[in-house]
Design a protein around this ligand. Structure first.
Ligand SMILES: Cc1ncc(COP(=O)(O)O)c(C=O)c1O
Ligand SMILES: N[C@@H](CCCC[NH3+])C(=O)O
Length: 495
């Protein structure tokens, strides 16, 4: 790499504008890493004092390492921050850990032990939360197309809330509940029409997508809605009239990986205005309002997430203004953070294999070199880069280096050119075979979205607590790859 007049490394013409050449590519930016991550005197990355190489040796790579104390601390920060901010206004707040971000029996238990409730998005997630011993009354069940079996199980075990996504589901659930001689505790998921600043696939409160009940009046008669009435209004009327339903309140979730406070505040105001309309029309003040999750985390050093307490206070101020203006009693507030609890607590360790440098067309019309660093995992353990163009970063974990930083692309071992782990990162020029790479902020939406593509066994998940590491999800084996085959031991039957 060229150097500038003052001796610093010059930026690669292939680097995105947001990525500066780091003074020290081995530096651990605090915003990116779990609290227990550091470097020891030799320069090796450690998790609560355990060396990356020791973790790799004992548990293998790729390895998802969760700083359990960090996870728990983030859970407490949401619990305490929201409780404090909403205490005076509406008696506190309930925090539901959004299991979809990273649900295992262990993580569900950690969340419950820290005083959180658990938000589940399928019968499988519900089963995990129950296996973890979470009080069913503290479980919410989401889903835009829940099966009868999922709804029946939720009713049977007595979940605290079923978040209903459509008028169709509401009438169906009411009938199932009546037939079972039960009452369904219902929250209605509303779409307040806020377009969140995030990737289209993870924005969920604009109109033209599959989730929720719109607050906007329908233009045409459809799905039992008369033109001129909103699906949300029709759902409230239906729920209030249905004998099998107890309407607890309403829910909204504007999307995921969101940093701006204004989207959350605007959604809360719109939904509270709707509650005021409900009060006027039906004489009923609904008692609960869930404001969803979606709080952004740092994946690279350019992201600056807000602490939970700050988010809580900003939201409490918005809610207070709205309820005062609308003449409403403040409903009990709840929220559903997932990524902000599980994401930063995790890091993935990979072993470097092949490195190669290729010529690439630079935006300035010239040619520049790009170094590819291939690791022993990829899109099967983290599909987020290929799905959402998600940016990540990485550091050399086994050692630091004096070598100059080189623009690198960390790729996996899958048979796909889009199999990217970190699109752009400056890594030391001498990084090579056998080195370890650590990618921060991989606790959320990695393990739960992992696959066996190319018949790669899924990585182990290790939790580190009070300086000791233990496996919470074992690594898949070659036998696991055959576990669902019709007859794994008889080639002839299989053929
Ligand atoms: C309804 C609902 N609640 C909570 C979440 C959790 O989101 P996040 O992990 O971004 O906090 C999601 C995911 O976007 C969701 O769809
Ligand atoms: N899976 C998404 C988040 C989706 C949230 C669920 N509604 C991600 O990895 O960013």
């Amino acid at each position: 790499m060229a150097t500038t007049n003052d001796g610093a490394s010059a930026a690669s013409p292939l680097a995105p504008a947001w990525l500066p050449v780091p003074g020290d590519p081995d530096r651990l930016e605090p915003v990116l890493w779990a609290a227990g991550v550091d470097r020891d005197a030799s320069g090796e990355l450690t998790v609560q004092g355990i060396a990356a190489s020791a973790l790799a040796e004992q548990f293998g790579t790729p390895l998802l390492v969760i700083d359990e104390d960090d996870f728990r601390a983030r859970a407490r920060a949401f619990r305490d921050g929201f409780d404090a901010a909403f205490r005076e206004l509406c008696g506190g707040a309930d925090v539901y850990y959004a299991g979809k971000s990273f649900l295992t029996v262990s993580t569900a238990r950690w969340a419950a032990e820290e005083g959180l409730r658990v938000d589940t998005a399928s019968g499988g997630e519900l089963a995990i939360a129950l296996r973890a011993g979470v009080d069913p009354a503290h479980i919410g069940l989401h889903g835009n197309n829940k099966s009868d079996a999922e709804l029946r199980r939720a009713l049977e075990v007595g979940v605290g809330r079923i978040i209903v996504d459509s008028v169709d589901e509401l009438t169906h659930l009411a009938a199932l509940a009546e037939a079972a001689g039960r009452t369904a505790p219902v929250m209605l998921r509303l779409t307040p029409g806020v377009h969140a600043h995030t990737h289209d696939f993870i924005a969920t409160a604009h109109e033209d997508q599959k989730f929720g009940l719109s607050l906007a009046p329908s233009v045409q008669d459809a799905d039992g809605n008369a033109a001129g009435r909103s699906p949300a209004a029709v759902a409230v009327e239906t729920a209030l009239a249905a004998p099998g339903v107890e309407l607890l309140g309403v829910h909204c979730h504007i999307g995921s990986q969101i940093f701006e406070a204004d989207g959350f505040g605007l959604a809360a105001e719109r939904v509270l205005a709707f509650l005021a309309e409900v009060k006027e029309r039906h004489g009923v003040e609904l008692g609960e309002l869930d404001l969803g999750g979606g709080h952004g985390i740092a994946y690279t050093a350019v992201d600056s997430p807000r602490p939970a307490a700050e988010i809580a206070h900003a939201l409490a101020a918005d809610v207070q203004r709205a309820v005062e203006r609308l003449g409403l009693a403040c409903p009990r507030i709840s929220l559903e953070p997932g990524r902000a609890i599980s994401g930063p607590a995790g890091l993935t360790l990979y072993t470097v294999g092949v490195t190669k440098t290729v010529d690439a067309d630079a935006p300035d019309g010239g040619t520049a070199s790009r170094r590819y660093v291939a690791v022993d995992g990829g899109m099967s353990d983290n599909p987020r880069p290929v799905l959402y163009d998600a940016d990540y970063t990485a550091v050399s974990a086994r050692r630091t280096s004096e070598a100059e930083p080189v623009l690198s692309r960390v790729v996996g071992k899958h048979c796909e050119s889009g199999d990217i782990v970190v699109r752009d990162v400056y890594l030391p020029a001498d990084l090579g075979r056998g080195d370890l790479l650590a990618v921060p902020a991989t606790g959320a939406y990695t393990h739960v979205m992992s696959s066996n593509y190319n018949a790669l066994p899924r990585p182990a998940v290790v939790a580190v607590r009070e300086g000791a590491a233990r496996v919470i999800i074992r690594r898949e084996t070659e036998d696991d790859l055959f576990a669902r085959e019709a007859d794994p031991h008889n080639e002839e039957t299989r053929a």
